[in-house]
Write a protein that binds this ligand. Structure first.
Ligand code: NDP
Length: 300
């Protein structure tokens, strides 16, 4: 069996089309959804993510703002930037790009974000609301994974989903979303991590496997049940002297071998990454709809 490759850009474009309709309705009412990003320091990967977010905003006609603070900015200054965005009516959603430098308490910063503007969905109120099935926003990457599965005809309902990774950003929330008693969810979920015993035998039970480990090509073909659907979240930069830049991006899944065994698979790049950005745009549009008191907001 050769797997169908689920294209992140294609699914993302479908969602962008839906968002354009909502954005036009908002603009008719004089509202331009606004997204801000607080970036502390000059980390090249973070800068690239922020640039991608700015481009995505531009493409959809959203207002975007980047608040750039130096790497050694005191915690108080970061909190002040958060307070300013909380109070700014032109900004409907914003996020603080992680990771933050060690002298800044990440939790303290996240706690300071107004939950109604928390475009990343990382505030404890939003995490709790996600868990009880009444979300204001869903976190972008896990929500993007759910959309990719459903829109590619791989509804998780009734399936055994094995998630490898238990981070607050990907593993835990994707498990929480897919186990909800809801359309596009209703899965039976197993979550594995670095202390899991006999990981391979658990992964082999997965009808759907979500790999969010951060370890290049960790999931090999022998760990995959024939016909399983594989979602690769991993984004690992590996040296490659044959590549123009001297490196390339690979996922957590051995794509070439696994695609011979799975029924569907997401590639890296071109898989989950583009979904993360479009889901962030969606959260911004949802926030703008709510702020404008518009009925029929896209559901979170
Ligand atoms: P974290 O490092 O926060 O979490 C990794 C998880 O993998 C942990 O739960 C860890 O277990 C588990 N793990 C590590 N090694 C093993 C192992 N040998 N066996 C089993 N489990 C293991 O990473 P993130 O969740 O933030 O990100 C995961 C990957 O996804 C990264 O490559 C990241 O770059 C990528 N990513 C991509 C995004 C996108 O938009 N495409 C967005 C976010 C992340 P333990 O908890 O026990 O330590």
């Amino acid at each position: 069996m050769v797997a169908k490759v689920i294209s992140g850009p294609e699914v993302a474009e479908e969602i962008r089309k839906e968002l354009r309709v909502k954005i036009a309705q908002l603009k008719e009412r004089g509202v331009t959804p606004g997204l801000a990003v607080v970036l502390v320091g000059e980390d090249p990967a973070s800068k690239q993510y922020v640039r991608n977010k700015e481009r995505a905003c531009e493409d959809l006609g959203l207002y975007s703002r980047t608040v750039l603070l130096p790497w050694d900015a005191p915690e108080e200054e970061v909190l002040k930037a958060v307070d300013t965005l909380n109070a700014d009516p032109a900004i409907h959603g914003f996020l603080v790009q992680l990771p933050l430098p060690n002298h800044i308490d990440e939790n303290k910063v996240i706690m300071r974000i107004d939950p109604a503007k928390d475009a990343d969905g990382f505030h404890p109120i939003n995490v709790g609301r996600m868990l009880i099935g009444d979300p204001l926003f869903l976190p972008a990457t896990p929500h993007g994974i759910q959309e990719m599965l459903v829109r590619s005809g791989n509804d998780p309902e009734g399936k055994h989903v094995v998630v490898v990774g238990r981070s607050n950003i990907v593993g835990k929330p994707v498990a929480a979303i897919l186990m909800q008693k809801k359309k596009g969810a209703n899965a039976t979920v197993t979550v594995c991590h670095s202390r899991t015993r006999d990981l391979a035998s658990l992964v082999r039970q997965g009808d759907i496997v979500v790999a969010a480990i951060g370890s290049p090509q960790f999931i090999t073909a022998d760990m995959i049940k024939p016909g399983a659907v594989v979602v690769d979240v991993g984004t690992n930069r590996v040296d490659d002297p044959t590549a123009k830049r001297g490196y390339r991006w690979v996922g957590d899944v051995d794509f070439e071998a696994v695609k011979e065994k799975a029924s569907a698979i997401t590639p890296v790049p071109g898989g989950v990454g583009p979904m993360t950005i479009v889901m962030l745009m969606k959260n911004t549009v949802i926030a703008a709809c709510r702020a404008a008191g518009i009925d029929h907001c896209p559901p979170a």
